[in-house]
Write a protein that binds this ligand. Structure first.
Ligand SMILES: N[C@@H](CCC(=O)N[C@@H](CS)C(=O)NCC(=O)O)C(=O)O
Length: 353
């Protein structure tokens, strides 16, 4: 009996050791999500679908916006066709579960990169480079006379739940020692609805979302975005952490869009640039970037001309920005921090070497 007990204990230990061994080897040999996307021939991209300029579902059923073009550039680079994207509209509280459960391959939904979302002990997300540097703001009716956070002391403020917005609002009022009442909603449409119905004195969100929402108001000029900037909101696409191949592929597609702008390569001239690179062996860096020479693409598990495929689909970062947020759009957000570093902004790509 005693022997049996020992036997089963050693037996159980053996199973555990074997299991641990196979788990450890799983970590290194596990298939990347990128392989799954390539096999499927389609990218499942999580978006909002409710923010003009970022991801918006038109009445005709098409998605457009900067976040949508990021999905399109990824699909072009990963599977060779920007149209091979299935969009999944997600609310803020749903987004990380959708990513973790495998319902989506990639999240491109006005999501702020934070320590807790990045860390393995938090949401465990690998973030791509920032595609839009934002900050939290507040919008108020012009005739309310509210000019700053102090004027909102004791008032109700409409805010989306499961967002950085909620916490920043709390931090900002706590720092001023002022009371306020948060009125929480699940998504932007509900936040806007609450605000327009007069349930709160102000509505708060990323400033880009406030500008996007205001562009859809019946009387946009009757609402003012306050000068107060409550936070940094670096918005970036993300994938499940621990999958280096998927994270690297996503990362370098974003950098490719930025590098293309730095090099003046556009949707209109990319094919001519490829011809120029092919004809001129002295253009070593350009040849590498466009996949004429070298193996940068295959290092990422992508075709060597993944950059060309992405730029053909969406144009460079500046073109994407102008198409959806530029001065001729309804949202019209000045480029500010989202200019290239060489123009005084924060967008810069590391070397394609
Ligand atoms: N960037 C912030 C906030 C983003 C956000 O999701 N905001 C809410 C509204 S305050 C939202 O759901 N917006 C888009 C939507 O309604 O689909 C974050 O990552 O937490």
């Amino acid at each position: 009996m005693r022997f049996c007990r020992h036997f089963s204990l050693f037996g159980a230990l053996g199973v555990l050791v074997t299991l641990l061994g196979s788990c450890a080897s799983l970590g290194t040999t596990e298939t990347s999500r990128l392989d799954l996307v390539k096999q499927r021939g389609e990218l499942f991209c999580g978006v909002s679908g409710k923010i003009p300029g970022f991801s918006f579902l038109s009445p005709e059923g098409t998605y457009t916006g900067l976040d949508v073009d990021i999905c399109r550039a990824m699909a072009a680079a990963f599977v060779g066709d920007a149209d091979k994207v299935q969009y999944r509209p997600l609310t803020a509280p749903e987004r990380f579960t959708a990513l973790r459960s495998g319902e989506i391959d990639l999240l491109s939904r006005n999501t702020t990169q934070t320590l807790s979302r990045d860390a393995a002990g938090g949401n465990g997300i690998s973030f791509a480079p920032v595609v839009f540097h934002d900050g939290q703001g507040l919008i108020v009716p012009k005739d309310s006379g509210v000019q700053s956070l102090q004027d909102l002391s004791g008032k109700a403020i409409c805010v989306g739940s499961g967002t950085t917005t909620e916490q920043n609002l709390n931090d900002a009022f706590a720092a001023l020692g002022l009371p306020y009442t948060p009125i929480k909603y699940q998504d932007l449409n509900q936040v806007v609805g609450g605000y327009l119905q007069g349930r709160c004195a102000a509505m708060t969100s990323d400033r880009s979302q406030l500008a996007a929402a205001r562009s859809g108001f019946a009387d946009p000029e009757e609402h003012v975005i306050l000068a107060d900037r409550l936070s940094k909101e670096p918005l970036a696409p993300g994938v499940v952490g621990g999958d280096q191949q998927m994270a690297d592929a996503m990362t370098w597609v974003v950098y490719a869009l930025i590098e293309a702008e730095e090099r003046g390569i556009t949707q209109a001239n990319v094919d001519a640039m490829v011809k120029k690179a092919e004809a001129d062996p002295s253009q070593a860096a350009l040849r590498r970037f466009l996949g004429v020479d070298g193996d940068l693409g295959s290092k990422l598990g992508l075709p060597n001309d993944f950059v060309v495929k992405a730029i053909r689909a969406t144009g460079n970062y500046g073109e994407i920005y102008d198409r959806h947020l530029g001065p001729d759009t309804e949202v019209a957000i000045p480029r500010g921090a989202n200019r290239l570093a060489e123009d005084g902004g924060l967008m810069i790509a590391p070397p394609f070497t």
